[in-house]
Write a protein that binds this ligand. Structure first.
Ligand SMILES: NC(=O)C1=CN([C@@H]2O[C@H](COP(=O)(O)OP(=O)(O)OC[C@H]3O[C@@H](n4cnc5c(N)ncnc54)[C@H](O)[C@@H]3O)[C@@H](O)[C@H]2O)C=CC1
Ligand SMILES: O=C(O)[C@H]1O[C@H](OP(=O)(O)OP(=O)(O)OC[C@H]2O[C@@H](n3ccc(=O)[nH]c3=O)[C@H](O)[C@@H]2O)[C@H](O)[C@@H](O)[C@@H]1O
Length: 437
């Protein structure tokens, strides 16, 4: 089939590449000329495991192409995916200017029947708005489909190629049929394509993200309470997660959820509720707790150093909002770095993928090191913000000799308490007893 994807961010690029992989002819459109030039040369602008291999294969097969021309994109595809940003607006709602702006152009440019598929995360009612905007100028038939994307960064290719489910919101038989045909190769494993109305599809996406963010936040509060009463959250997690109604996944406490989606989507759903005179009390609490959790290590670090961080140096391991990505949007590490810099401390940071992105934001205010060990040389303490595998088994002897004090603040609970005690570290983690020196 002939497919166009408008927007070559995370979702657009993965969607375009994976749809080309199943034999479709894909043309991706982006407004960013530099990005398109790089993509045309075969450069993948994001770090995402396995994407490069698929990308190269499909470019070589001439099934995957890029342009800056929306007109060209609309001429090419029978199905047009919108993978445009829906960032947080000032009042917390999802900003629809990209989606509705492109829709307006689509209305003016389409010359034959098209299925316009919204893959961006958008509030309930957006499909109707898109339809209205396109209808203003369109001289031909078109259908709107809401097809939210559930991929996780770091596992995006696998999630797209082998989805647990595909949600299609459509009220047109013709469009639904085309979408079913397009997605057939992706559901060989028997996982379902769930067809519903557009509004339910739009809400499914927000409900899924908000539920997962709530699950994490609930565990963060349980972890905080564990510390107060002397329980161990790892044990509580194991005890809870084995109940299949609860499940083991997304129960890991830490320094708050980050990323390009959970923070903005929870806020957008809360705001949608408010706009409909519904007070999502639970989401309000999730937002507040997560803001608190992101900085939970700061008072501990201050207390350890007698409230005087001026002139102290901290090593930070992990800057990305989670492992296997270079994405730093809403990463807890950024909040911690900001606070520490304001308190007069210096930072030596290491992340296997995200350092160039952090450099764009913090410039030379942060020192970036070539490897994890260099970050710890002469630092007063180590702070762990992202659970990259390479941080799980450090050479503790080297770490002790590099650091000025054998002190670790771990926002991701990487180490066993007994082991770290026998290695002679002060160790503060989340929801577990502090190991004293
Ligand atoms: N990043 C993720 O893991 C996931 C994101 N989503 C949702 O998907 C949507 C897109 O997210 P990302 O891919 O992360 O966005 P992104 O911000 O990484 O990329 C968006 C792309 O759209 C391009 N763009 C902006 N205006 C344009 C225009 N007028 N014409 C053509 N291109 C234009 C930008 O240049 C950029 O390359 C959002 O609604 C997001 O919530 C959904 C699931 C996963
Ligand atoms: O809409 C989106 O963009 C996507 O948002 C999330 O995916 P992603 O943001 O890539 O990352 P997650 O793996 O969900 O992690 C989000 C945050 O939660 C944190 N987290 C996750 C799991 C956990 O147990 N504990 C925890 O603190 C992570 O560290 C990270 O900061 C969802 O998992 C995807 O299904 C969804 O498509």
């Amino acid at each position: 089939m002939k497919i166009s994807v408008i927007g070559t961010g995370y979702v657009g690029l993965v969607t375009g590449t994976c749809l080309a992989e199943t034999g479709n002819e894909v043309l991706c459109v982006d407004i960013d000329e530099n990005k398109v030039k790089k993509l045309q040369k075969g450069e993948v602008p994001i770090y995402e495991p396995h994407l490069d291999v698929l990308f190269e294969r499909n470019i070589k097969a001439n099934r995957l192409n890029f342009t800056t021309s929306l007109k060209e994109g609309l001429e090419h595809g029978d199905i047009i995916f919108l993978a445009l940003p829906t960032p947080e607006d000032e009042d917390g709602s999802a900003d629809l200017k990209y989606v509705l702006g492109v829709s307006d152009d689509i209305g003016k440019l389409i010359e034959s029947y098209k299925v316009i598929v919204d893959k961006s995360t958008v509030p309930v009612g957006t499909a109707d708005k898109v339809k209205e905007v396109i209808s203003k100028n369109a001289k031909v038939d078109f259908d709107i489909v809401s097809n939210p994307e559930f991929l996780r960064e770091g596992f995006a290719v696998d999630d797209f190629l082998k989805p647990e489910r595909i949600v299609i919101g459509s009220s047109s038989e013709r469009a639904t049929e085309l979408m079913m045909k397009l997605y057939k190769p992706f559901v060989r494993s028997g996982n379902p394509i769930i067809v519903m109305d557009e509004k339910s599809a739009e809400l499914t996406k927000y409900a899924a993200n908000a539920f997962l963010a709530t699950k994490i936040t609930f565990m963060n509060e349980i972890a905080n309470f564990c510390e107060i009463v002397g329980a161990d959250v790892d044990k509580v997690r194991a005890g809870m997660g084995t109940d299949s109604r609860i499940g083991k996944r997304f129960l890991f406490p830490g320094i708050g959820y980050g990323g390009s989606c959970f923070p903005k989507d929870v806020k957008a759903l809360y705001k949608s509720g408010k706009d409909s005179n519904y007070d999502f009390g639970i989401l309000n609490a999730v937002i507040k707790v997560n803001d608190f959790q992101k900085k939970i290590l700061i008072p501990r670090i201050k207390a350890f150093f007698n409230n005087d961080l001026k002139g102290k140096t901290f090593a930070i391991w992990g800057l990305a909002f989670k492992p296997e990505t270079d994405d730093i949007r809403e990463a807890p590490a950024l909040y911690i770095i900001n606070e520490l810099l304001q308190l007069g401390a210096s930072i030596k940071a290491f992340d296997p993928e995200a350092m160039p992105n952090v450099k764009k934001e913090f410039g030379d205010k942060v020192e970036y090191t070539l490897n994890k060990d260099d970050a710890t040389i002469s630092a007063d303490a180590l702070i762990i913000c992202t659970e990259w595998s390479m941080f799980r088994t450090p050479n503790f002897e080297k770490l002790r000799s590099n650091l000025k004090h054998p002190v670790i603040f771990d926002g991701r609970n990487l180490y066993d308490l007994e082991e770290i005690k026998s290695e002679g570290f002060y160790y503060s983690s989340i929801g577990r007893k502090t190991v004293e020196l």
